[in-house]
Design a protein around this ligand. Structure first.
Ligand SMILES: Nc1ncnc2c1ncn2[C@@H]1O[C@H](COP(=O)(O)OP(=O)(O)OP(=O)(O)O)[C@@H](O)[C@H]1O
Ligand SMILES: [Mg+2]
Length: 364
């Protein structure tokens, strides 16, 4: 896949910008707080319908304005795709997605028209932080590749909210307890779709990441990922989830919250058999996260049959020369967008086009 153009209007600190990237590496460089990451954020918005930095769309609208627009054209094996996202805080519908000239009814229709992998310094949290960061990592990846996953996830979040509300309601009105069966059934139903996808994808990511990590460490260390779930050890995840929900019911009623389900999943990450989160050094954690990102790229590539775009937000400066070389090798094969404050961080990497970024303006 190749991005042919990015058009921004009143997006973050850009009043108006047009970028027509080539096939190779497009670099955005400049001092801090000028708008480099904002460009990657616009790309991410078109990949997934949301920013990677904030859940609040109105923050993306240029201060003092009511509406923002991002338009991206991509060339893919099957032709040209166009995505437009309009954010308007004065409208009832605050976010509108258009595919070509057609307005999408559901956000899931967006996925696949722009497909990318973003790597930023905060991604270290995938290894370092708690389970929610790792769930977010797998959810973003799979939503983008598999709309059915995204819809199941949306349904799971909604159902979980409803079940939790019902648990509170039952505390006041115990006769409602019998309606829990209905929610358990629904929760187990979408939970099973999510669990099956997560398990299969994590297995594949583990293989890709292990091989990337082996070359990063010259074969000295072994990286392994595995799926941790209340439904993981079962051939029939729906039945398993239902059993667990039933077993936990009295506890859930007492605590007025749902203790079983895919919202409790995690991804195990181990280096040489030891949990990376607790035992790995800072440098080892960095290698693990780089391997994860390369695995993500590989998975998207395999699944779609064409390369996704790669977005690197200020990560080169944090990598040592060996890891940088590994990343640069991959860059050579996909269209890449890189930000850096200092061009010397990219020594040895292709720089097909360089944009200098100064308070929301781009110059070449
Ligand atoms: N809605 C908005 N309207 C106008 N300006 C905004 C808006 N949101 C953020 N900004 C400005 O955008 C700038 C941040 O842009 P960005 O995050 O792209 O910086 P950067 O060039 O990547 O910097 P760094 O090198 O520090 O990562 C800040 O100066 C911020 O004040
Ligand atoms: Mg930045």
């Amino acid at each position: 896949m190749r991005v042919k153009s990015i058009r921004l209007k009143n997006f973050r600190n850009y009043e108006q910008a047009v970028i027509e990237p080539g096939e190779g590496v497009t670099v955005f460089t400049g001092p801090n707080a000028q708008g480099k990451t904002n460009v990657l954020e616009a790309l991410h918005l078109c990949c997934l319908g949301r920013s990677h930095r904030t859940p609040r769309d109105e923050e993306l609208i240029r201060w003092g304005e009511n509406a923002a627009k991002v338009n991206i054209l991509t060339a893919q094996q099957d032709g040209t795709h166009e995505v437009t996202i309009l954010l308007d805080k004065t409208q009832k519908k605050k976010k509108t997605v258009r595919i070509g000239s057609r307005q999408a009814e559901r956000i899931g229709e967006l996925f696949g028209h722009v497909c990318g992998v973003l790597f930023s310094p905060e991604d270290l949290q995938i290894v370092k932080s708690g389970p929610s960061e790792r769930r977010r990592f797998i959810d973003m990846q799979l939503s983008q590749l598999r709309p059915a996953y995204f819809y199941a996830l949306q349904r799971a979040v909604k159902t979980l909210g409803q079940r939790n509300a019902l648990l509170k309601e039952i505390a006041r009105n115990p006769s409602l307890a019998k309606t829990l069966d209905l929610w358990d059934e629904q929760l187990a139903d979408c939970g099973a779709v999510i669990a099956q996808n997560r398990r299969e994808a994590i297995e594949r990511l583990s293989a890709y990441a292990a091989s990337a990590h082996a070359s990063l460490t010259d074969g000295r260390e072994t990286l392994r990922l595995w799926y941790i779930s209340q439904a993981a050890d079962s051939e029939n995840p729906k039945e398993r989830l239902l059993e667990r929900l039933h077993a936990a019911r009295s506890e859930d009623l007492r605590r007025m919250t749902t203790s079983v389900g895919i919202h409790r999943d995690d991804i195990g990450i181990a280096i040489d058999g030891r949990e990376a989160r607790t035992f790995a050094s800072q440098g080892q954690q960095r290698s693990a996260v780089l391997a994860l990102k390369l695995a993500q790229l590989e998975l998207a590539w395999q699944e779609r049959g064409e390369a996704p775009i790669l977005m690197l937000d200020d990560v080169m400066s944090e990598l040592d020369p060996g890891r940088r070389r590994q990343l640069i090798e991959r860059i050579d094969r996909v269209q890449t967008f890189v930000t850096c404050t200092d061009l010397s961080d990219l020594a040895g990497a292709r720089q097909d086009a360089v944009y200098y970024v100064r308070s929301g303006t781009l110059s070449t």
